[in-house]
Design a protein. Structure first.
Length: 678
């Protein structure tokens, strides 16, 4: 008998005691097991005969041993089963964590993730995908991918997807054009791959990155590049790039100045075209520029064209990086005609000197240190000095103090640039007050310009002065007249305000306080002074239309009826009609008309919305509400600043302009604004 039921050494002893011929411990190789069986069968029969008779005591003992073996095996199996369950539980947890991790990656991805079947119907989409296209998740899952592709691109996209599914197209991102629910186009970059369930191909999956903004930027870059290319190609100045002394690029104007074709120019040395006497200067400056030394921006040189004609050229250079190596960007301006003109100017100076001697205007020629070198006789005649006295009198003695400071301010700023920049020729015109010998003054319109020599160096400052004393007196009278008219107008405005306040004593000072706050808001918003003055005027008269409202309605302590309130609403139109007839500058009348309009169109008298309402009126609206809520009214006590802040903050962007509200709150909370008493 062969016993196979037990598997360890204790089982072997027990099995042999029961009469087994051999005990085989599992596992065993098949060939080993067959050999053991053959050995057992080969033994004589008598050696395998074992008596089966046992006493009851022996049977009990055998059963106990057998039960012990079974119990031990059961414990081992239970332990093995528990180990298997533990491993399985661990595997399930790991799979769950992995699933959660990848689910999080997909849901939190900044790119769209989707799966479609072979017909193109969406099977799954993440949040980014459907939100970018302005659909809900359910809407997109009920659609086909072909529903979001413009019709003219469907066949092209279908072919590419088919190639991806059969492995013909490379698994790289490709650009597609799709449309959202709002009809707006979206450029997306999609990385696609076949999608399987098991071994079955059911569609494809993709990751879509919205590149619409990038495409817009690329388009702008293309347009910008084309624009700058056009500027370079059509520039009046010659533009060349020099690297290692050779011309690598030149625009058409440069070829015209150099008078060589592109084939003759690139990549020859730039000095080949420079006049021999100027080459050393050009090379020296080029090397210093490459070393990063600070040099004057422009300087004149001479070029020689292929006909041997010399051209004067103003050249300026800047150090740049050209394809990874230092180079210079060089600008050429043909100044040959200007040079000739300067020479002609010098030749004709004598002729014009004769004219200057007899002109009624004053002509003064000063050196670069502002010392007078020439002065026409008319100056002495106008101011009572002798000609020699005028030549010797320093400029600070010839000009009134304020005029001298103005002239020196211009000269000190401009002279250094004029001396360093041959191409800079400023012309300034100033009204200056000149001193006469008898202590009086005269006014002259004085034009300052620079005269250069044939090499472009500044040598003189030319001053042409025309007597404008009578014009100045007329202007002063005009200013006085304007101030008088302005005072009269302000008096009229104040009179109207007082009339309104007499009819509505509860709002006394309201218009002036609104003007204080409105102008403070405008100043916080960086308005210019002229516009702030106009806003102040509009604020002071914004309620002038209440003159037409019965005083018993204005001062009534109880709630107004609808008819009465509608009557009060007419004050904006009435105020506009009054102010419009006074010919105020700017938008004062319109601001008065619109100061009760609101952003959402709920205001009066015309229900204007934000885009149709003046910013002046939006400022008046906020200032008006703040002051009114902080002041006592016959129908209610003052509500205070906190309630006023709550009102404009709650309705910011709905009734009141957000920028105006922000400026108003900042004035009170950060800058300590308070209404001042009148």
């Amino acid at each position: 008998m062969t016993q196979f039921a037990y598997t360890d050494l204790k089982d072997e002893k027990f099995g042999l005691s029961l009469g087994a011929d051999r005990f085989v411990i599992k596992p065993q190789q098949p060939e080993v097991l067959l050999q053991i069986v053959e050995e057992v069968l080969a033994k004589p029969r008598k050696t395998r005969t074992v008596s089966r008779k046992k006493s009851p005591e022996n049977e009990t003992k055998v059963l106990e041993q057998y039960n012990e073996v079974l119990f031990r095996k059961l414990q081992k199996k239970v332990a093995q089963l528990e180990d298997v369950i533990a491993k399985q539980t661990k595997t399930e947890n790991e799979l769950r964590e992995s699933e959660q991790k990848y689910r999080t990656l997909i849901t939190q991805s900044q790119d769209g993730v989707f799966v479609v079947n072979l017909e193109g119907n969406f099977l799954a989409v993440n949040k980014v995908m459907y939100e970018n296209l302005k659909y809900s998740e359910d809407e997109l899952l009920s659609m086909s991918i072909w529903d979001i592709v413009p019709e003219q691109y469907i066949e092209l996209h279908k072919k590419r997807i088919a190639d991806i599914l059969v492995g013909k197209a490379p698994n790289t991102a490709a650009e597609y054009l799709v449309k959202g629910k709002d009809g707006n186009p979206h450029y997306v970059e999609i990385l696609s791959a076949p999608y399987y369930e098991g071994k079955k191909l059911i569609g494809f999956q993709g990751i879509a990155r919205d590149i619409t903004e990038r495409k817009k930027v690329e388009k702008k870059l293309e347009q910008s590049e084309e624009r700058y290319r056009s500027l370079v190609e059509e520039a009046f100045e010659g533009i060349i790039v020099i690297q290692d002394g050779k011309i690598l690029f030149a625009n058409p104007r440069a070829y015209e100045i150099i008078d060589y074709s592109r084939d003759q120019t690139e990549p020859r040395s730039f000095t080949d075209f420079v006049y021999a006497e100027d080459r050393e200067k050009v090379i020296d400056r080029h090397l210093k520029r490459l070393k990063g030394e600070q040099l004057e921006e422009t300087y004149p040189i001479r070029l020689v064209d292929q006909r041997g004609i010399i051209k004067w050229t103003q050249i300026s250079t800047a150090l740049i990086d050209w394809e990874g190596k230092p180079a210079t960007l060089t600008f050429l301006t043909d100044i040959t005609e200007r040079k000739l003109a300067e020479e002609q100017l010098q030749e004709s100076e004598a002729r014009y000197r004769l004219l200057a001697e007899h002109t009624t205007d004053t002509i003064r020629l000063m050196d670069m240190n502002l010392k007078t070198k020439y002065l026409s006789p008319s100056a002495a005649k106008q101011r009572g000095f002798t000609h020699q006295e005028m030549l010797e009198l320093p400029m600070e003695k010839q000009l009134a103090p304020e005029s001298f400071r103005a002239a020196i301010g211009i000269f000190s700023k401009e002279i250094s640039r004029v001396e360093s920049d041959p191409g800079y020729n400023p012309v300034h015109t100033l009204d200056l007050e000149y001193c006469c010998k008898d202590g009086t003054t005269v006014w002259a319109e004085s034009k300052f310009s620079v005269i250069r020599d044939s090499s472009g160096e500044p040598i003189s400052i030319l001053v042409e002065a025309r007597d404008i004393t009578e014009r100045k007196l007329a202007e002063e009278n005009l200013v006085k007249s304007y101030e008088s008219v302005k005072k009269t107008l302000n008096d009229a405005i104040n009179t109207m305000v007082k009339i309104v306040e007499m009819r509505d004593p509860y709002t006394a000072g309201h218009q002036h306080k609104v003007a204080q706050l409105a102008t403070a808001i405008a100043r916080e918003m960086k308005w210019e002074d002229t516009r702030i003055d106009q806003l102040r005027t509009a604020a002071v008269v914004h309620d002038v239309g209440k003159m037409y409202i019965p005083s018993d309605i204005l001062s009534r302590p109880g709630r107004l009826s609808e008819i009465e309130f509608n009557l009060i609403k007419t004050h904006a139109q009435s105020g506009y009609d009054i102010v419009r007839g006074m010919d105020f500058p700017g938008n004062i009348a319109k601001a008065v008309l619109q100061h009760h309009e609101r952003l959402d169109g709920s205001g009066y008298p015309n229900g204007l919305k934000s885009e149709d309402t003046l910013l002046e009126a939006k400022i008046l609206a906020v200032a008006d509400v703040i002051e009114a809520m902080c002041s006592h009214r016959p129908y209610r006590p003052a509500l205070g600043l906190e309630k006023a802040f709550e009102e404009i903050s709650k309705n910011r962007g709905k009734l009141y302009d957000p920028d105006v509200v922000a400026a108003c709150l900042k004035l009170f909370t950060e800058k300590g604004f308070n209404f001042t008493e009148l």
